[in-house]
Write a protein that binds this ligand. Structure first.
Ligand code: DGL
Length: 282
């Protein structure tokens, strides 16, 4: 994303002809364990450029992918409560692992829109010609009941090769998707998909789109690689914005549950603009 959020943040909202309500100006909160949800934020920001966004990274508890479900459920309640308390009008759970464990509890405790994501299995199955579809995700996502239901609902006539990828989100976050360590893991995790003849791969963790090129380089030419960012952005628009009258460019706020400076440096590297981040001790 090539834009200057400082300039964006300085530009006050204008209204687009109609009067903006106070609730229109409340931000949409976007939550992930770390940098993965930024891939969703990019899609949201492209579709909803007038909206303000608060991006919260639970860096203190990263990674989520190997945490027990009870822990993630408790985390979900705590993070959602903190984001509502800061005035969010909607919450996008930009993390497959957190969705699988915590979204039902979060929805029970609020009437505000909670938009969640799941591995993009349906579009992957639709795009596949071989009928063999791969899913890359964290162990916790693939063990969840939500994922079993998704496979039962969307992939009746397909062979689904679900490949847990322990450590991949951590390596992408700490060393980058182009690192040798990421390459070693991708070689290992993509081998069963390639061996089975998968021609479509669903990225079931929001960190993995950062490695899209590296995944493409390790799968046969023409393999379809799908993530959930655009679908979530469309759903958020549908849930929220039919009546919004905001104009102008929306603001961005970044926050992390610890070491905001490290997080801000990583955001700057990935999004190619400099942005401060706040620590929110959730
Ligand atoms: N980005 C998260 C997801 O979509 C998980 C990464 C992690 O914290 O393990 O599943």
């Amino acid at each position: 994303m090539k834009e200057n959020p400082d300039a964006a943040n300085q530009a006050a909202h204008e209204t687009s002809g109609k009067t903006a309500r106070a609730s229109d100006r409340e931000p949409i909160a976007v939550w992930d364990s770390g940098l993965g949800g930024l891939t969703v934020l990019l899609a949201l920001r492209a579709r909803l450029p007038n909206e303000d966004f608060v991006y919260f990274a639970d860096t203190r508890h990263f990674p989520y992918g190997d945490k027990p479900e009870d822990f993630l459920r408790a985390r979900g309640r705590a993070v959602a409560a903190a984001l509502w308390a800061r005035g969010a009008k909607a919450l996008v759970v930009a993390c497959n692992t957190a969705t699988a464990a915590a979204v039902s509890d979060i929805r029970k405790e609020t009437q505000k829109p909670v938009i969640a994501l799941e591995p993009a299995l349906k579009p992957a199955v639709a795009a596949s010609k071989t009928g063999v579809v791969g899913v890359l995700a964290t162990p916790r996502t693939l063990e969840s009941q939500r994922f079993s239901r998704l496979v039962a609902d969307c992939a009746k006539n397909a062979t689904v090769i679900a490949c847990p990828c322990p450590g991949l989100a951590e390596v992408i976050e700490r060393e980058g998707a182009q690192s040798a360590a990421a390459g070693v893991l991708l070689d290992r995790y993509l081998a069963p998909l390639n061996a089975a003849g998968a021609d479509a791969v669903a990225l079931g963790c929001t960190h993995y789109p950062w490695a899209r090129k590296e995944i493409a380089a390790r799968t046969p030419a023409g393999t379809i690689i799908v993530d959930s960012g655009e679908a979530v952005a469309r759903q958020t628009e549908a849930r929220l914005l039919r009546e919004s009258h905001l104009g102008g460019r929306g603001r961005l706020i970044f926050a992390a549950s610890d070491d905001a400076e490290r997080f801000a440096r990583a955001v700057t590297r990935l999004l190619a603009f400099s942005c401060p981040a706040e620590v929110w001790p959730v």
